[in-house]
Design a protein around this ligand. Structure first.
Ligand code: SF4
Length: 234
């Protein structure tokens, strides 16, 4: 067992996760700030859940670094929302790019790698940069919900993330999509305008499609493929 894992035992992590099932998001974040201080980091691509969580975080610990993985394939609307949120909350957004530019990746692996091998493309542009970005932190806040997909159905509010060797916090684990949008509307929060055009979940341009009304909210991501996750949260 490494030094950081000993900060909370497996038993304590499970106990906390159970306890926070009925807690408000701010209470969870306040505990996290007290527990981890400067060792706390959030990641976001500013989806609807991210916006709701950032609104909470901005009240509790507005200077927490928020890592944004700049893949080079984002929608312009996502970048514009990032700038709006930074200005509104004075956020500490840390942009992290892949080791290879899009052009370098094209030269080495061929153009449109996302069509031929999206797992490799995600690894190069998201998973590896995320790994670099999380180095040195003790706890990682993410805006995942259990109801987003079967791959997220069993997430805890507090978890040990062995891949990155830190605590992972999912304060919105029990929220529904309806909860997120009720919160956004109630607090008049900015959000990605693509959500109004049928994009229920927004990632990179080549791998994101509009979805029909009633379709699963993440069915527009890597549509037509078996892939359902970029790999960051696996
Ligand atoms: Fe590449 Fe698509 Fe993954 Fe973005 S979502 S990193 S474009 S495969």
């Amino acid at each position: 067992m490494n030094m950081r894992q000993t900060m909370l035992s497996e038993f304590e992590i499970k106990q906390l996760s159970r306890r926070f099932e009925t807690s408000g998001v701010e209470e969870i974040l306040e505990w996290a700030v007290k527990q981890f201080g400067d060792g706390l980091v959030m990641t976001s691509n500013f989806g609807a859940e991210g916006v709701a969580l950032i609104d909470h975080l901005a009240r509790v610990a507005p200077h927490t670094p928020i890592v944004y993985l700049s893949t080079g394939f984002q929608f312009a609307e996502t970048d514009q929302l990032k700038d709006r949120l930074r200005e509104r909350y004075r956020l500490n957004i840390v942009e992290k790019s892949a080791a290879l530019s899009v052009e370098e990746q094209g030269r080495i692996y061929g153009e449109k790698l996302y069509e031929r091998d999206p797992d490799l493309c995600c690894r190069l542009r998201k998973v590896e940069p995320l790994g670099d970005a999380l180095i040195g932190y003790d706890a990682w806040i993410a805006a995942l919900r259990r109801s987003q997909s079967p791959t997220r159905a069993n997430i805890g509010v507090v978890e040990w993330n062995a891949r990155h060797n830190l605590i992972k916090l999912n304060p919105l684990a029990g929220w529904t999509r309806r909860d997120v949008w009720d919160y956004i509307v109630k607090h008049d929060l900015p959000y990605n305008p693509l959500h109004n055009e049928g994009y229920t979940s927004i990632g990179c341009v080549p791998c994101t499609r509009r979805v029909e009304a009633g379709a699963h909210e993440r069915s527009g991501r890597w549509a037509g493929r078996q892939k359902v996750e970029c790999g960051m949260h696996l």
